[in-house]
Design a protein around this ligand. Sequence first.
Ligand SMILES: Cc1ncc(C[n+]2csc(CCOP(=O)(O)OP(=O)(O)O)c2C)c(N)n1
Length: 371
Amino acid sequence: MSKKNNKLDLDSLVQGYEKAFPFYQVLAPTGEVVNTDLEPKLSDEELTELMRRLVWASTYDKRVTLLNRQGALGNYAPGGGQEASQIATQYALGEGDFFAGTYRDLAPLILHGLPLEKAFLWYKGHMKGNEFPEDFQAYAPQVIVGGHITHAMGVAFGMKKRNKKNIVMSLSGDGATSQGDFYEGINFAGVYNVPYVAVVQNNGYGISVPVEQQTHAKTLAQKAVAAGIPGIQVDGMDPLAMYAAVSIAREHALAGKGPVLIEALTYRFGPHTMSDDPTRYRLDEELGEWEKKDPLVRMRKYLEDKGLWSEEQEEEVVETCKQEIKEAVAAIGQVEKQKVSDFLKNMYDVSPQNIQEQIAEYEEREMNDNE
Ligand SMILES: Cc1ncc(C[n+]2csc(CCOP(=O)(O)OP(=O)(O)O)c2C)c(N)n1
């Protein structure tokens, strides 16, 4: 007897998923507005301020890359190319909103209020780089991939319980969506309907692993379906689209309607970190195609057409940023060197035997170093 029961077309079910996740864009790479409905209603001053921040972040990225190569700072994960998904998203937050990003998201963390010296100490692995002012609404940069999604959801849960009129926004990479913490975080956020906006910066790679080798899903936005929350896919090279997406998601969350997942399609122009060589896994042509979508180029064009941006304004931001960095580098030069023994002492309230031995060993070395 043959078994015939082929009424269910499973393939077409899967093909339907991606159609449900349209791609939102406001500014085309040429700087033209392609979606007036989504164009954010920002004043001339607010638009100019957004551009200032994009230029500041791009300058910061180039300067810190250079300082790293000169050995003046610790390791660095460049953000160039991702300015729209990092900076325009943070710009959409309100007073008192909480920011949770990764090792790549230091520029938006600084624009959220972290002093530059703290960021530089963090790169150098100094404990003081993790000591934040008590009222600062942000976590230290997360290095455990996906680890901060559950933490961010927890803060949002607390905000809801305390009836705060604020949201939490996390920035993560595509790699984070391959982690259990990501699913647990968005699932719990959905169950408890918390004010949380999870922005996934899909830059195409988790170090050298392309997204297609991380998941069979055609979009990362569709991962929201399993949690029963809205998921949207946005042009992550478009500052206005990213600003609009986070603003809309924020309003949704503040109206008590719960979390939103935003997938930003973006690209990192540089290496994963300064110890990575992207030419070993990416083609120059691919980089060239993404460079044509540069968020700063299209935002500059948009503002120039409105008479709101000039070369002089740009130069002023670049010089200010360089000066701020120079001063911060000088300031951290005055900070006492991080002792490894203090690091070890910070791990446990009561150190186990093996850690005590290591503390003693390092204390002896540090004493000898001082002699
Ligand atoms: C749990 C965990 N596994 C592995 C690593 C090593 N690691 C550091 S960054 C990275 C890739 C992360 O990629 P993605 O989330 O896409 O972020 P991106 O670096 O592209 O911003 C990996 C695997 C880690 N830090 N944490």
